[in-house]
Design a protein. Structure first.
Ligand code: NAP
Length: 454
C-alpha cells in the first residue's frame, strides 16, 4: 500500500485552513496535513486582524476548528519556518520531509506612504494598531498616544473603517468583545473626538464594502460627518455605476444630510485628498494634504491628480491604512511590484513541490471567503500535479518521524492540544464578563498555558 500523501501548510490563517480542509475533504485520497505556525495560536487574521466588534465574521473559526479536529491533521505552533534561530526550521527541511509544502503566510507588513514626516512618533501603520487592539503578541507592547483630539486615517478601505470605528466606539460596547485588555483600557482614556478617514479619490471610488459603511452610526452611536458637496455629482452618468457603488453613495448622502446627529466622538469622511507631509517637532502635530481632482484614463480607470492646492490639519495621530504588503520567502521567487510569489495556478514558479495560496499568492484583497476559492485552486493544482507526475512523492513513509524531529528542534512545540488549552482558558476568563474570550497577549504567557506551566 502507498504511504499517505504528506503536505505541510505554512501559516494558519484562513487560506491555510481552507487549503488543509480541501485536502482532507478529498475522497479516496490518503493524506496527512501538518500546519506550521510561528505563533502559539492559529487562525491568522481571524484572530489578529478581524475587528473585535465583528464576532459574526470571526465565527468562521468554527470551520477551522472542524478541520483541526480531523484525525489526519496536526497543528505545530511556535515554529518559525525560514528563520535561522532556535526552534526554527528551514524550507529545505520541510521539502525533504513532505511531498508538498503550501505557503499560506499572508501579507505580513504594511505599505508606506513615502512622505516626509512619516517616521515621526504618532505616525503609525494601521496594521500595527490592528495587531495591538487584537492582542497579537508582536504588537502588545506598542504604545499609542490617544491624547489628541483628532486622528487622521489615510486610505478608504475596510481597514481604515475598522480602526476609525474602534477609535470611536463607546467603551461599554468594546468591553463586551474580545479586544485586548490593554487596548480597552487605553481607549477608555482616549481624548480623541474626531477620526477623519481620508480617501485620495472620490466617494464613488472607495474600497469600503457597504455593510461596513452602513453600520458606523449603530456601532459608534453617532452620525458620520460627510460634506454634502463631496458626495453630490460624483460621476457624469451615475446610473451606469456598479450597484455596490450606488449603495455606498446613498449611505454617504444620508450621512451628509445629517440623518443621525453627530456624537461627542465621531468619524468624518473626506475625499479627493492625498497626504503630502506630516509635520511636527518631536511627534506628529499636523498633516498637509494635497487636494486632488479625478482624471479618467483611456482605459476608463479613474485616478487622482494633484491640483497643487494644500490644506493643513491639526492632528496628533496619523494611521496609514493603504494596504498590506507580502514579504519574500528566502529561496522562492518574489514579484517586488505586487509583493506576491509568482505561481502557475498555485504552484510556485520554478519550484518542484512548493505551492502558495491566499494573500501571498494573489495580494491583499478580498474578504475571508475569497481565500477558500483561492486555496481550492491551489489544491486542485497540487492534485493534478500528483496525477500527471509533475509532483513526485518521496520514497518511504516519513510521517511518524516528523513530530519527534520537531519536538527536538522546538522543545516548546505547541500542538493542537496546547492550543485547545489556550482556547479553553481564554474563553473561561471571558465568560463571567459576558465576553467571548479574554485574550492572552504575551508570548511567554501563551506558551505557559499551552505547555501547562501556568
Ligand atoms: P484596500 O481595500 O486595498 O484599501 C486601501 C485604500 O488605501 C484604498 O482606498 C486606496 O486608494 C488607498 N491608498 C493606497 N495607496 C494610497 C496612497 N499612497 N495614498 C492614499 N491612499 C492610498 O486595503 P485594506 O483596507 O488594507 O483592506 C485589505 C483587504 O481586507 C480588503 O480586501 C478589505 O476589504 C479586506 N478587509 C475586510 C474587512 C471586512 O470585511 N470587514 C475588514 C478589513 C479588511 P485607491 O483605491 O485610490 O488605490
Amino acid at each position: 500500500m502507498d504511504a499517505p500523501l504528506t503536505v505541510a501548510v505554512v501559516g494558519s490563517g484562513p487560506s491555510g485552513f481552507y487549503a488543509a480542509g480541501a485536502l482532507l475533504d478529498q475522497t479516496g485520497l490518503d493524506v496527512r496535513v501538518d500546519m506550521y505556525e510561528r505563533l502559539a495560536t492559529p487562525w491568522g487574521l481571524v484572530r489578529a486582524g478581524v475587528a473585535p466588534d465583528h464576532p459574526k465574521i470571526k465565527s468562521v473559526s468554527s470551520v477551522y476548528a472542524a478541520t483541526a479536529a480531523h484525525e489526519s491533521f496536526r497543528f505545530f505552533g511556535n515554529v518559525h519556518v525560514g528563520g535561522p534561530g532556535i526552534g526554527d526550521v528551514t524550507r529545505e527541511e520541510l521539502t525533504a520531509r513532505y511531498d508538498a509544502v503550501i505557503y499560506t503566510v499572508g501579507a505580513q507588513t504594511d505599505r508606506a506612504l513615502g512622505i516626509p514626516g512619516e517616521e515621526l512618533p504618532g505616525s503609525v501603520a494601521a496594521v500595527d494598531f490592528v495587531g495591538w487592539y487584537n492582542g497579537h503578541p508582536d504588537f502588545t507592547r506598542l504604545d499609542f498616544d490617544l491624547s489628541c483630539r483628532r486622528a487622521v486615517v489615510i486610505g478608504a478601505g475596510n481597514v481604515a473603517l475598522d480602526v476609525a470605528r474602534i477609535l470611536c466606539s463607546p467603551h461599554e460596547r468594546l468591553a463586551r468583545t474580545d479586544i485586548a485588555d490593554h487596548a480597552l483600557e487605553a481607549l477608555r482614556k482616549s481624548s480623541i473626538e474626531e477620526v477623519v478617514v481620508v480617501g485620495r479619490r472620490g466617494p464613488a471610488q472607495v474600497a469600503f464594502t457597504t455593510p461596513e459603511l452602513k453600520e458606523l452610526p449603530e456601532y459608534t452611536g453617532s452620525g458620520v460627518d460627510v460634506l454634502p458637496d463631496e458626495v453630490t455629482a460624483v460621476a457624469a452618468d451615475e446610473e451606469s455605476l456598479p450597484r455596490a457603488v450606488k449603495r455606498n453613495l446613498l449611505i454617504m448622502r444620508g450621512y451628509a444630510a445629517g440623518d443621525t446627529p453627530l456624537g461627542p466622538r465621531h468619524i468624518s469622511l473626506r475625499f479627493l485628498r492625498s497626504p503630502v507631509e506630516i509635520l511636527g517637532t518631536d511627534r506628529v502635530e499636523q498633516i498637509v494634504l494635497g487636494r486632488n481632482r479625478l482624471r479618467v484614463g483611456d482605459d476608463g480607470w479613474v485616478s487622482a491628480e494633484d491640483t497643487g492646492e494644500r490644506e493643513t490639519w491639526d492632528t496628533g495621530l496619523v494611521l496609514r491604512a493603504v494596504g498590506y504588503r507580502g514579504l519574500p520567502i528566502e529561496g522562492l521567487p518574489f514579484d517586488e511590484r505586487k509583493a506576491v510569489i509568482p505561481h502557475d495556478g498555485g504552484r510556485v514558479r520554478d519550484a518542484e513541490r512548493e505551492y502558495v495560496a491566499g494573500w501571498i499568492k494573489r495580494g491583499p484583497t478580498g474578504i475571508i471567503g475569497t481565500n477558500k476559492k483561492c486555496a481550492v485552486e491551489t489544491v486542485t493544482r497540487l492534485l493534478a500535479d500528483l496525477d500527471n507526475g509533475a509532483l513526485r512523492r518521496h520514497e518511504g513513509d516519513r510521517y511518524a518521524e516528523i513530530e519527534p524531529w520537531l519536538a527536538e528542534r522546538q522543545p516548546r512545540l505547541v500542538t493542537e492540544q496546547g492550543w485547545q488549552l489556550i482556547d479553553a482558558a481564554e474563553q473561561s476568563a471571558g465568560e463571567p464578563h459576558g465576553r467571548p474570550r479574554v485574550k492572552f497577549t504575551d508570548r511567554e504567557q501563551l506558551l505557559d498555558v499551552a505547555l501547562r506551566r501556568a
